[in-house]
Ligand binder design. Structure first.
Ligand code: FDA
Length: 392
C-alpha cells in the first residue's frame, strides 16, 4: 500500500483535534485526522447532559490548574469564549447561558460536532474513524504513522488524544506514551472534576444519598460556592467536583452548610425563636434529612432558648466548616477530566509545539492544563486547537 503524505496528521478527533484540523485545513494545509473510536467527538456528544456546555464567558487563566500556571494565558487570550460563540452563531446554533457564564446549546450537543465537521469539510480535512494507531516514527523531518488502514506521513504531528478519564468512552493514556516516546515529560495524571468517596465511619452522610444543597466547599485556600450532593459512596455535585481538582489524598474538605448566613445567626435565631430546636431552624435553609443529620451530630438538643450562646456559637462554627476526610475519589471511571498530562514546560505557549521536537504538537486535555467545571475545558480545547492549527 502506498504511503499517503500530508502537511499535518492529527491524532484524536475530539474537541481539540477537530478544531485544530479545521483551522489548519482552512489555511490550505493537507490534514488527516485519525481516531480509533467508531465516531468523532464522543465526549462532546455526552457533555453537558447532551447539551454541551461549550464555553464559559468568564474564561480566564486563573480558572485553570497546571504545574506551569501562566502557560494557558497566550492561547486563551488569542482565541476567546466570544470567538467560539461567534462560530456557534455563524452556524445558526441556538444557545443560552445557564448560570455562572456557562453557555449551552438549546438543542443537542451533536450540533457542535456537526459544526466542527462542517468546518473541517471547508478545509478539505480527511477524517478517519476506527483507525487504531499502531506505531509512530520520526525521521528526516517527517512523522510516519502506522494505523489500521495504512500509513501516512507528515511534517507535523498533533497529539490530541485527550486524557484517560472515562475509558469506556474510548479515552486512553496514549498521548502520554507518545509524548514519552519523543522525550517529553508528563506531569502525573490524576482524576479531576470527580466525586469524592467517604470512609465507612461517615455512613450517616452516605445515608443521605440523593440530598443536594447549596454550600461553600473548600480545600486548602480554594473554595467554591455551588451545590453539593450526597451520594451512596460519598460527596458529589458541582462544588465537590470543583474542589476535587485541587484535593490531594489525606487532605480534609471543609463544607459551609450555611454559606448565606451572617456571623451570629444561630444566637440571633435563639433570640427570635427560643422554643425552636436546632433541627427546625436548620430546616429553614437545608433539606430536612440533612438538617436532622447535622443537628444530631452537632449535639445541640432541645429548645434553642435553653442552650448557651457559647454552645450555639460553637455549633455555628462547626456548621460553617464541617470537616470531611475523603478516602479517595471515584477515579478515572467517573472523572470528567484528567488533571496533569504532557508537561507544558516542554511546549511553546504560542503554538503548542514541542520545543525540542520540531513539528510535534500537543493540545487539549492531553496537556497539563485543566479547567474548572463549566465550559472551561472545552474552551481550552478550542483555544489550544486553534493555536496549533495556525502553526502546523
Ligand atoms: P477528547 O477526549 O474530546 O478527544 C480525544 C479523542 O482521541 C477521542 O475522540 C478518542 O476517541 C481519541 N483517542 C483516544 N485514544 C486514542 C488512540 N490511542 N488512538 C486514536 N484515537 C484516540 N467540558 C466542558 O468544557 N463542558 C462540558 O459540558 C463538559 N462535559 C463533560 C461531560 C463528561 C461526561 C465528560 C467525560 C467530560 C466533559 N467535559 C466537559 C470535558 C471535555 O469533554 C474534555 O475536556 C474535552 O473533550 C477534551 O477535548 P480533547 O479533544 O482534548 O479530548
Amino acid at each position: 500500500m502506498t504511503q499517503q503524505t500530508y502537511d499535518a496528521i492529527i491524532l484524536g478527533a475530539g474537541a481539540a483535534g477537530l478544531m485544530c484540523a479545521a483551522i489548519a485545513g482552512q489555511r490550505g494545509r493537507r490534514v488527516l485526522v485519525l481516531d480509533h473510536a467508531p465516531e468523532v467527538g464522543r465526549k462532546i456528544v455526552i457533555s453537558g447532559g447532551g447539551r454541551c456546555n461549550f464555553t464559559n464567558l468568564h474564561t480566564a487563566p486563573d480558572r485553570y490548574l497546571s504545574a506551569n500556571p501562566h502557560f494557558a494565558r497566550s492561547a486563551l487570550s488569542r482565541y476567546t469564549a466570544q470567538d467560539f460563540l461567534a462560530l456557534v452563531e455563524r452556524h445558526g446554533i441556538a444557545w443560552h447561558e445557564k448560570t455562572l457564564g456557562q453557555l449551552f446549546c438549546d438543542g443537542s450537543a451533536r450540533q457542535i460536532v456537526a459544526m466542527l465537521l462542517d468546518e473541517c469539510a471547508m478545509g478539505a480535512v480527511e477524517v478517519r474513524c476506527e483507525a487504531a494507531v499502531s506505531a509512530v516514527s520520526h525521521g528526516e523531518g517527517r512523522f510516519t504513522v502506522g494505523f489500521s488502514g495504512g500509513d501516512a506521513s507528515a511534517a507535523s504531528l498533533v497529539i490530541a488524544t485527550g486524557g484517560p478519564s472515562i475509558p469506556k468512552m474510548g479515552a486512553t493514556g496514549f498521548a502520554y506514551d507518545l509524548a514519552r516516546q519523543f522525550g517529553l515529560k508528563v506531569v502525573q495524571p490524576r482524576p479531576a472534576l470527580v466525586p469524592l468517596t467517604l470512609p465507612a465511619e461517615e455512613a450517616l452522610f452516605r445515608e443521605l444519598s440523593g440530598v443536594s444543597t447549596p454550600v461553600a466547599a473548600k480545600v486548602g485556600k480554594t473554595s467554591f460556592a455551588e451545590a453539593a450532593l450526597f451520594t451512596h459512596r460519598g460527596l458529589s455535585g458541582p462544588a465537590i467536583l470543583q474542589v476535587s481538582s485541587y484535593w490531594q489524598r489525606g487532605e480534609e474538605v471543609g463544607i459551609d452548610f450555611a454559606p448565606e448566613e451572617d456571623a451570629g445567626w444561630l444566637v440571633a435565631a435563639k433570640r427570635a425563636r427560643p422554643k425552636a430546636s436546632l433541627r427546625r431552624v436548620l430546616e429553614d435553609a437545608l433539606p430536612s434529612r440533612l438538617a436532622e443529620a447535622l443537628a444530631e451530630r452537632v449535639g445541640v438538643a432541645g429548645d434553642l432558648g435553653n442552650v448557651s450562646d457559647k454552645a450555639l456559637t460553637a455549633a455555628e462554627g462547626r456548621l460553617a466548616d464541617w470537616r470531611f476526610l475523603p478516602d479517595g475519589s471515584e477515579g478515572f471511571a467517573k472523572a470528567e477530566v484528567t488533571a496533569g498530562g504532557i508537561d507544558t514546560r516542554g511546549l511553546s505557549s504560542k503554538t503548542m509545539e514541542a520545543t525540542k521536537v520540531p513539528g510535534l504538537y500537543a493540545i487539549g486535555e492531553a496537556v497539563d492544563v485543566t479547567g474548572w467545571l463549566g465550559g472551561y475545558n472545552f474552551q481550552w480545547a478550542w483555544a489550544s486547537g486553534v493555536a496549533a492549527g495556525q502553526a502546523v
